[in-house]
Write a protein that binds this ligand. Sequence first.
Ligand code: SAH
Length: 347
Amino acid sequence: MENLFGKTLQELTEMLVAWGMPKFRGKQLADWMYKKSITDFNAMQNLPKDMREKLAASCVIDRASRVDQLDSVDGKTSKFLLNFADGVGVETVLMRQPYGNSICVSSQAGCNMGCAFCASTLHGMVRNLTAGEMLAQTYYINDLLSQTGEKVDTIVIMGSGEPLTNYDNVLKYIRLLHEDYGLGMSYRSITLSTSGIVPNIYRLAAEEIPVNLSISLHAPEDALRSELMPINRKYPLSEVVKAGRDYGDTTHRRVTYEYILIDGVNDNMKQAKELVGLLKGQLASVNLIPINPVAERGWNRPSPARINAFEQYLDQHHITVTVRREMGNDIQAACGQLRNRHLTGEG
Ligand code: SAH
């Protein structure tokens, strides 16, 4: 059975035309799937009965099913473990922010970047997700929100996985989000976060889709960054920051550098100074993220005073800086933690 979810209007139309059906049926099918969020061919009333039967005989609209859900005590953050048809599961997070509903989508099941602080990478990577599977995470939450007249307002591709090593699927997903037969989301409401896959940052800049780019930096010099993020051995800091600068220049979108603060590892004033030196003059901002402690790693957050001092230093040196508001700490919102609990059988 062929899964139609994640196919573009063009792909759907080509399939139906090859079946000898008129072209406009493709648009109708896309509307049912993506606008009305219908997964049952039989409910697609404006399609002729024989077409519905033919679709049902050879195709499915397979999305994602919920395996687990954790809600934060304040009710603002919900984390879902969603499974696809082959039993592979990923995490998707809903964050009810003051500016709207934001979701954090996974781009791979697991991850093989090997970042030392990250729970997603502990069991390696299972596989890339397809565009349809990223869209299925989005629709799962959008359907949920639509029950109360709400919708997904912003998307961060910042869940498990490295989106720029799953480039084609991620790009197809972003384009599908934007299509007017889909959710019609503006590119500006979408953010992609990368550990710094330099050639694909340039490639993304050339696509002429102005999505926001976040780059995970986490250290201001190569030796420490290589220790925290092995990918730095392939794409060192200077090249990553150069690619970030190019992205800002090409798209006129402000690049955000994410910087996890780990107590006693990357949070001293010398490092703050190095970070300023690295980013000076660039259309950029820094998002400081006090680390979510991961039991398997044994690192902790700096004290509030140290976090403040780091923030102040950047601010005083004209770097736009924010500290990530804590959301969902009580529900293991750090990447990969809910999934790991299931994989290790503690669930
Ligand atoms: N691979 C991409 C996107 C997934 S990670 C990337 O590296 O950007 C999304 C963000 O969560 C990254 O900035 C990552 O460094 C951060 N992150 C991972 N583990 C974390 C932890 N334990 N505490 C805080 N942030 C974490």
